[in-house]
Design a protein around this ligand. Structure first.
Ligand code: PGA
Length: 257
């Protein structure tokens, strides 16, 4: 039985003080999250302080990215070792904003994913097609190419230590989410791909999150889909009320099965 995972991606938002305030509010509500995995990805500058607030509790702390190397002459990069030191257990890799704005390739993302795994961090790999690609009927081909490239050199055991997020680029920050049916179709495709690339059992256990304009309004319908195991939430994760409402929606679905 796959657990639902609700993960907030704050992007370049919140000062350290604001981040700690948010963290202490949700820390106080942890009991209400039982049965659902909850994580937040604050900006790098707030990680250590937020870790201090969350330490000893069940809310997971993640980074929004991770470097492909342990140390060295990589100006501006932050290594998995450094992220672990400030309490991160997971890191996003391949977010579409980095693919688009910073030209990150599947090959680079693959190196980041392997580097996270090497240091026992969970990589949360994001994949998804652009609007143009969807309209041209290329969704599956694009997602498969990204998965193939980003997962190079991994095996079923590695798959059990990562999380995948399907995030259609056209739905991110646009207020236009994929319908539950559209999302489910791609999630089922991702799982079929994983079954072929790894093993059937490993693919059944893999957590596949949906991301792209998830809100308290649409969360329940998306999360009720059989292959949607949680949500990667941007905008709606910046507000305690909307973030916890999404967690609540996940909890109700988890309790109903
Ligand atoms: P959004 O962002 O929820 O604001 O669309 C999702 C994401 O980028 O992970």
């Amino acid at each position: 039985m796959r657990k639902k995972f609700i993960c907030g991606n704050w992007k370049m938002n919140k000062t350290t003080q604001e981040a700690c305030q948010f963290a202490s509010e949700i820390r106080g509500m942890e009991k209400k999250f039982e049965g659902v995995e909850v994580g937040i990805c604050p900006p790098y500058t707030a990680l250590q302080a937020v870790h201090g607030v969350l330490d000893g509790g069940s809310i997971l702390l993640g980074a929004q990215d991770v470097a492909w190397a342990q140390d060295g002459a990589y100006t501006g990069e932050v290594s998995p070792l450094m992220l672990k030191e400030v309490g991160c257990t997971f890191a996003l890799v391949g977010h579409s904003e980095r693919r688009t704005l910073l030209d990150e390739s599947d090959e680079l993302i693959n190196r980041k994913l392997l580097s996270a795994l090497q240091f026992n961090m969970t990589p949360l790999l994001c994949v998804g097609e652009s609007l143009d690609e969807r309209e041209r009927g290329m969704t599956e081909r694009v997602v498969e190419t990204q998965l193939r490239g980003c997962l190079a050199g991994t095996d079923a055991k590695a798959l059990s230590r990562m999380v995948i997020a399907y995030e259609p680029v056209w739905a991110i920050g646009t207020g236009r989410n994929a319908t539950p049916h559209e999302a489910q179709e791609v999630h089922a495709f991702v799982r079929r791909f994983l079954a072929g690339r790894f093993e059937a059992e490993a693919s059944q256990d893999a957590q596949i999150l949906y991301g792209g304009s998830v809100t308290p309004k649409n969360a329940a319908a998306l999360l009720a889909q059989p292959d949607i195991d949680g949500a990667l939430v941007g905008g709606a994760s910046l507000d305690v009320r909307s973030f916890t409402d999404i967690i609540q929606a996940a909890r109700e679905i988890a309790q109903a099965v």
